[in-house]
Design a protein around this ligand. Structure first.
Ligand code: 5GP
Ligand code: ZN
Length: 112
């Protein structure tokens, strides 16, 4: 499958990994939008949030909990943002779901 994040999972493309277990992988974003910008992805290929099934709810929770633990581990308990973009109108550019964890600057709302 020609998927960038599957290639990172497979080790075919390098990434600055922060955490890995049998279900998820977390690594630094290549074009950070904040001083700390981490992506948390499932190892299993899921193209968009619309493709999540009921069987994936534990995995989705694990992605969120991984982001929370990384935020704590990286000293960001004061505040952080998690975002998941879905499809082109939602700003998605890589079609393998990922949670953005951004921190260490003041976040504003709306994000634009
Ligand atoms: P999206 O726009 O799909 O929500 O987010 C995709 C993210 O993947 C972007 O923030 C982009 O900078 C990041 N990204 C794209 N290509 C690579 C890559 O090869 N390595 C890493 N680490 N991040 C990437
Ligand atoms: Zn993939």
């Amino acid at each position: 499958m020609d998927c960038l994040f599957c290639k990172i999972v497979a080790g075919e493309i390098p990434a600055r990994k922060l955490y890995e277990d049998d279900q998820v992988l977390a690594f630094h974003d290549i074009a950070p939008q904040a001083p700390l910008h981490i992506l948390v992805i499932p190892k299993k290929h899921i193209s968009t949030l619309l493709d999540l099934s009921a069987a994936d709810t534990a995995l989705a929770g694990h992605i969120l909990f991984t982001a929370q633990r990384l935020a704590k581990d990286q000293g960001c308990a004061e505040g952080f943002r998690v975002v998941m973009n879905c499809n082109e109108l939602g700003g998605q550019t890589v079609y393998h779901i990922h949670m953005h964890l951004m921190a260490k600057r003041q976040m504003t709302w709306p994000p634009g």
